[in-house]
Write a protein that binds this ligand. Structure first.
Ligand code: KIV
Length: 275
């Protein structure tokens, strides 16, 4: 019998936990969630944080990029996840164009996600307008998570979903960006698609916890898209994804068995029929 994960019955996670976890070198486990049922399962398994990622544009809606995601879409999924999770801290992605236009716009949009049930929001990048937006949100008591490296909303600037920070100039810029985001007040920082050594250096340079995805083992925590972890999403298969189950195959097989039973007149059998 497998042991129940340590965290699953513990106290509600709050923003106060994550800095302390970094100090204790206790890894922070973050998973994406997009609906009520998955939120319940991932929360019950012991995830520290659930992220309603704008990856919902690709894994849920089937778009090629996350650029099509709107605040309305995010708010709808945040509401569903908020109803399903009990213990995990809930972060919502700010979608493309919801925080870049002006700090006031960012505040209004982040406010909508908090009203939908999020406890924090995440923004990508560290250019001047984004740092202004972070400061405005933090000034309004909205916790903000940063996101550096392979930032999917910048797919067209990056020329594709490519590992970032391999050349020394870009690596130094990413280190500077991490410090700027820390100064602007982020409580945590996602590092995506970076060489492991650079992610280790950034994690040591900032006091806020770093959460890695495709950024090696030395980040203070790890995040994965739950559909990748469970083997449900096969369109992209980056090197860093480890599939812990093959639920895509299981789903197809179970559905095919149901179809066979219905066509052969085996379902519903007497046990599944009302008397
Ligand atoms: O949108 C998302 O799911 C994300 C995580 C992969 C970090 O930003």
């Amino acid at each position: 019998m497998s042991a129940r994960p340590a965290g699953s019955t513990g106290a509600k996670r709050t923003i106060l936990d994550f800095g302390a976890m970094k100090e204790r070198r206790e890894k922070i486990v973050v998973l994406t969630a997009y609906d009520y049922t998955f939120a319940r399962l991932l929360d019950d398994a012991g995830a520290d944080m659930l992220l309603v990622g704008d990856s919902l544009g690709t894994v849920i809606c089937g778009h090629d990029t996350t650029l099509t995601v709107t605040v309305d879409m995010m708010a709808y999924h945040v509401q569903a996840v908020a109803r399903g999770r009990k213990r995990a801290f809930l972060v919502a992605d700010m979608p493309f164009l919801s925080y870049q236009v002006s700090p006031e716009d960012a505040l209004r949009n982040a406010g909508r996600l908090l009203q939908a049930g999020a406890e924090a929001v995440k923004v990508e990048g560290a250019t001047a307008p984004i740092l202004d937006a972070v400061r405005r949100l933090v000034g309004a008591d909205i916790p903000v998570m940063g996101h550096l490296g392979l930032t999917p909303q910048s797919v067209h600037r990056m020329g594709g979903y490519k590992v970032q920070g391999r050349d020394p100039g870009q690596a130094s810029q990413l280190l500077r960006d991490a410090r700027l985001l820390e100064e602007a007040g982020v409580f945590s920082l996602v590092l995506e698609g970076l060489p492991a050594e650079l992610a280790r250096e950034i994690s040591a340079a900032v006091s806020v916890p770093t959460i890695g995805i495709g950024a090696g083992v030395d980040c203070d925590g790890q995040v994965l898209v739950c559909y990748d972890l469970l083997g449900l999403f096969g369109d992209l298969s980056p090197r860093f994804v480890k599939r812990y189950a093959e639920l895509g195959v299981a789903t197809r097989d179970a559905t095919a068995a149901f179809i066979d039973d219905v066509r052969a007149g085996r379902f519903p059998d007497p046990e599944h029929s009302y008397k």
